[in-house]
Design a protein around this ligand. Structure first.
Ligand SMILES: Cc1ncc(COP(=O)(O)O)c(C=O)c1O
Length: 364
């Protein structure tokens, strides 16, 4: 599949940050976004709104859910803020559980969106969040809402989302799943999972660029939730134009807002469609290349070695030091980055064994 993507001459392993664009992205963008605008004097909105429908449909295929349960969002933080502010069960006595390893922006959004007085508890940083009993210890009966990242980009761990959601449900705790680091690389079946909410983006493994995030709602919540942050596209009929009458859209689109952006969704829907047809090929290939890294670097790979507990990213703490490896990678034309626990290496479907051998060849 290498030939399907625009690849740099460098060995690109930064897919936990930004995935590479498809070669077909440019012509698809021209056809779905620019042509309706450039090529006629007619109103382009009809064609542009079809782009959003394609985005929802592609997500529906990827995550096995109805397209109408997805609402486009600019980014996860914004979707999360809108969602938390719309949850009637949250008040000054509420308790929210997250992990100290969640992406900081998620914590910022929750901190600011919660009603005054509500408490956030964090699963401590150095606990093994791949283990359900760790979550069970913290998911006490007083927790109203649990926020779980399916994959954690600084540790390369995955959370046992199915078990967490089951346990949360038994406690009447609402669940929000963050798939920013897992969408596309770790399969997720929303119908089977039956979580309450999910937020995600298209920028990393889905190779769809920034600005095309999404909020997913379990059908049982769509009717009852009344978002505060709305606009004419949250209306059941955006073109009614009666300032005295607002009626919520009857789908997840009630969380949409004012005039939507379209361009990011034109890129993303095309790319999500590509990955939705790959099944688990990306996951299998990614895991094979991570196995290879583990074979060669052994205990220097500090992210989980067990396939069930690891994400698409391997974290490497090199004996020769992070800075030395980064410097040699820059010389050799290998793109990766480093965070608190070490180097982050994320092999995609367009990477191959020779990329891994090139990287391990640097280690002494
Ligand atoms: C787990 C996780 N959640 C969320 C985000 C990004 O959130 P936002 O779209 O609000 O920038 C990232 C970005 O790297 C992430 O890794």
């Amino acid at each position: 599949m290498k030939q399907d993507f625009v690849l740099p001459s460098d060995t690109y392993l930064l897919n936990h940050s930004v995935g590479r664009p498809l070669k077909s992205a440019e012509s698809h963008f021209k056809q779905s976004y620019l042509s309706p605008w450039q090529d006629s004097g007619r109103e382009p909105w009809q064609a542009w709104l079809a782009v959003i429908t394609e985005f929802q449909q592609a997500l529906g295929r990827l995550f096995n859910s109805s397209p109408m349960q997805f609402c486009p969002q600019v980014n996860l933080s914004s979707g999360l803020t809108k969602l938390i502010m719309a949850l009637p069960e949250l008040n000054e006595n509420s308790v929210v559980l997250m992990s100290a390893q969640d992406f900081p922006s998620m914590g910022f959004a929750v901190q600011k969106a919660l009603p005054d007085g509500a408490t956030i508890r964090y699963v401590p940083e150095h606990t093994d969040i791949t283990q359900i009993d760790v979550w069970q210890q913290h998911l006490t009966a007083d927790v109203d809402l649990v926020f779980v990242s399916q994959a954690y980009s600084n540790t390369g761990q995955v959370a046992p989302v199915n078990d967490i959601v089951k346990f949360a449900k038994a406690n009447q705790t609402l669940s929000i799943i963050d798939v920013a680091q897992s969408a596309g690389v770790i399969p997720l079946d929303l119908t089977e999972l039956d979580a309450d909410f999910m937020i995600g983006s298209s920028v990393k493994w889905l190779c769809g660029g920034p600005g095309a995030a999404y909020l997913w709602l379990n059908q049982k919540h769509i009717e009852r939730l009344v978002p505060k942050d709305v606009g004419w596209f949250s209306h059941e009929n955006p073109f009614e134009f009666d300032i005295h009458h607002f009626a919520y859209h009857d789908s997840a689109l009630k969380f949409w807002g004012g005039t939507p952006s379209v361009a990011p969704y034109a890129f993303a829907s095309h790319s999500i469609d590509y990955f939705s047809k790959l099944g688990d090929k990306l996951r299998k290939h990614n895991q094979h290349l991570i196995d290879l890294l583990i074979q060669h670097l052994n205990e220097q790979v500090v992210s989980p070695h067990d396939r069930n507990h690891r994400s698409g990213t391997a974290i490497i703490n090199p004996k020769m030091g992070v800075e030395a490896v980064m410097a040699e990678c820059a010389q050799a034309g290998i793109s990766l980055d480093a965070r608190v626990h070490g180097l982050r290496v994320s092999p995609h479907v367009y990477n191959d064994e020779s990329d891994i051998f090139k990287l391990v060849g640097i280690f002494r």
